[in-house]
Design a protein around this ligand. Structure first.
Ligand code: GTQ
Ligand code: FE2
Length: 365
């Protein structure tokens, strides 16, 4: 893109040039372009259709990270650096179309974090919100704003914007989870702040289970104001999510495009659980193939249970437990489960909906 904006681009690099522009006449305009550039001015007609594209033109590509391949790198990282030295010992899932940018999609971050028994990831806070989707291990907690939650595989845990958080492993095995963050959205808008806590961990201020007691039962304490746009539910435990999908599958037929897909909601508003990242859990029964679907939100899929394959654009990806894959914006995708499959999904749909950008297309099955 950078070279497209240069006055010195060859015609071939002028990807965004308006088609009605007579390229043969362009050399005669170069002197004008050069002088304009010295005044920080540039001709729109050479770049317009690259800026305002006919349809989404994601640079991120369909990709899959096999857990059997990524896990050894996490274990190796543990030999090379402590959680404390790293602040967060995370291996970033980098989209092959966006190398070096710490992005799994253009708008979203994904990383696998590992913490060993006895380790602490020190307290800090930042504008970016985080979701944790627990992959493996027991006995580790995350603490947010003075309340701890123990993390179990399949749990979806929220770290809201600007709340103090630290993680610790009090178990006897490594704990691994997926971090999903919105910092690229925050940075697009140049709104990022970050602070380290003066101590290693933030003091505990509420008993474990407080958030669940207040907001986890379709009831809310009377006369309590909820100002935040983030769900007051801190941890959506897997046991209950799995049970919800199981019950849904008993009482209705599978949707052609989604099979069984439930969104995590904020009980205060009925809307998405987080203001910047939409989250779902999907159940695809063994033998079911979803019809081809596309939407403008790029999505990250983490397999919890079962195995199967997905067609994303022209490519096929086989997957099993803990594999992570990505479907870029507007790329058609469909899934086939070879055994009962449960998949956690997050995307930037909630942001697009707020801005009236979001679109979907369901191909007729
Ligand atoms: O655990 O607080 O993967 O702040 C990236 C940034 C994890 C965290 C990440 C973070 C964290
Ligand atoms: Fe953090």
């Amino acid at each position: 893109m950078k070279s497209d904006r240069s006055v010195h681009s060859e015609a071939g690099a002028l990807a965004g040039v308006v088609p009605s522009v007579n390229l043969a006449a362009e050399p005669g305009r170069m002197d004008f372009y050069e002088r304009a550039r010295s005044c920080n001015l540039a001709p729109l007609w050479r770049v317009l259709h690259g800026l305002v594209t006919d349809q989404p033109a994601p640079r991120c590509v369909p990709a899959l990270w096999r857990y059997a391949e990524t896990r050894p790198y996490l274990m190796e990282a543990c030999k090379l650096i402590s959680a404390e030295e790293a602040e967060r010992r995370v291996m970033v899932l980098e989209n092959p179309g966006l190398p070096g940018e710490s992005r799994i999609t253009q708008s979203l971050f994904a990383g696998l974090q590992i913490i060993l028994p006895g380790e602490v990831a020190p307290a800090h806070k930042h504008t970016a919100s985080a979701l944790r989707f627990i992959i493996e291990g027991h006995g580790a907690y995350t603490a947010v704003a003075g309340e701890r939650t123990m993390m179990e595989p399949g749990d979806f845990v929220i770290t809201p914007s600007m709340s103090w958080h630290d993680h610790g492993n009090e178990g006897d095995a490594p704990m691994i989870w997926l971090d999903g963050l919105d910092m690229h959205i925050v940075n697009l808008l140049c709104a990022s702040f970050r602070e380290g806590y003066p101590g290693r961990v933030h003091p505990l201020q509420r008993p474990e289970g407080s958030a669940a007691a207040e907001a986890g039962h379709n009831l809310l304490p009377v006369d309590t104001e909820y100002a935040s746009q983030t769900s007051p539910i801190f941890n959506y435990p897997y046991r209950r999510t799995r049970e919800a999908l199981d019950q849904l599958a008993r009482i209705r037929a599978a949707d052609a495009w989604h099979a069984y897909k439930m969104k995590y909601i904020n009980p205060v508003t009925g809307g998405w659980a987080m203001p910047t990242m939409s989250t779902w859990m999907q159940f695809i029964p063994a033998g079911f193939t979803t019809a081809s679907y596309r939407s403008t939100d790029s999505a990250v899929f983490t397999v919890v249970e079962g195995s199967g394959s997905s067609r994303i654009g022209g490519e096929a990806f086989d997957w099993g437990p803990h594999d992570i894959f990505v479907a870029p914006s507007w790329v058609p995708h469909q899934h086939t489960a070879s055994s009962d499959a449960v998949i956690f999904i997050y995307s930037d749909r909630v942001v697009q909906e707020k801005l009236d950008f979001w679109r979907e297309h369901k191909a007729q099955p």
